[in-house]
Design a protein around this ligand. Sequence first.
Ligand code: NZQ
Ligand code: ZN
Length: 385
Amino acid sequence: MQNFEFYNPTRILFGQGMVAKLAEQVPADARLLILYGGSSAEKNGTLAEVRAALDGRMVHEFGGIEANPTYETLMRAVETIRREKLDFLLAVGGGSVIDGTKFVAAAVAYEGDAWDIMTTRGACVTAALPYGTVLTLPATGSEMNCGSVITRRQTREKLAFGNQLVFPRFSVLDPTKTYSLPLRQVANGVVDAFVHIMEQYLTYPAGGMAQDRFAESLLVSLIEIGPKVIAEPDNYDLRANFMWIATLALNGLIGAGVPQDWATHMIGHELTARYDIDHARTLAVVLPSMLRIRKAAKRGKLLQYARRVWNLHDGDEDTRIETAIAKTEAFFESLDIPTRLSAYTIGADAIDGLIAQLDAHGMTALGERAEVSLDVSRRVLEGAL
Ligand code: NZQ
Ligand code: ZN
């Protein structure tokens, strides 16, 4: 196992009715800004519950944070906070609202051009406003991590940053708040969480016994409940399990002390930036091809994945590996998530542009051994056509 530091200060308030606990979590004298997305949090009653829990507090609101939150919109929130001298943030929504809130929390405290936060990947952040979240969409794990992905509309760039100063203080996870999700978003969430686990697990054997078994149990659980959370949208236990699994998939635990990949995510971000494909859908297209192209480097873990996650014990090693990848694809497809670029009418002529974007963003040596060069990324994209 590699040396590691583990730090996660986020308090979790999990379960039905926990929104009422907001009053205990938000300081009584806070000058608060509630940030939310489009109309879903208003329509499903989450915002009403939040307002009721914070009745009597000094509260402003900022709505309109888009899916794939943009720098342009978020900078308007920064202006509001500075003008009104607000000092505590509350994100109500999915990964986009939470990511956007992380950026806002850091940008308010930053004196230079706030886009520096993205180009330095968070290294320039030295202070951030405190904030909490009320999660409405299990998928990204953003509710319990310190990463954020922001899009600059003007230049069609989608970049990630991370900094320990932007962990949420607390996150409320009430599974009933997910009942109103469109099934497409539920399927996206299952696939996003699945790929988060794979990016931290499917690298090379590194002796992280607990991390491996933990990752495998999360993968097996997602395979088991993925179709059910879609078939039974208001089954509390299924939604509760799904919500907690998605959080555990990216709160740092399974990735501590083991190598991590993230090449699939970096290529996926370029697909979203250029073609507006939902985040999880880009991953479903890239991951299977990534595993095939890097089969040799990932051989040890692919065999372990085949054996422990898909129960493949018979046949030669190559057949088991190929079957495990095919089963992964079939799992995504069973959730109605395509695994080929052609489903988005993206052809070979798109690849040069995507590679140029990766190059422009310094994504030239990705993966657990930094061996995913632009040439490897090109082959991955060709394999996903
Ligand atoms: O805008 P509203 O009206 O609220 O609708 C949203 C949005 O259209 C809707 N929604 C959310 N909760 C709902 C609901 N609709 C009905 N009922 C509810 N309870 O769902 C749509 C998608 O929301 P969004 O927040 O964009 O989805 P998700 O949570 O999948 O977040 C995706 C973003 O997170 C980033 C992605 O790149 C993408 O920008 N990621 C963040 C990560 C992190 N911080 O660690 C890691 C991930 O890999 C990912 O990159
Ligand atoms: Zn993701």
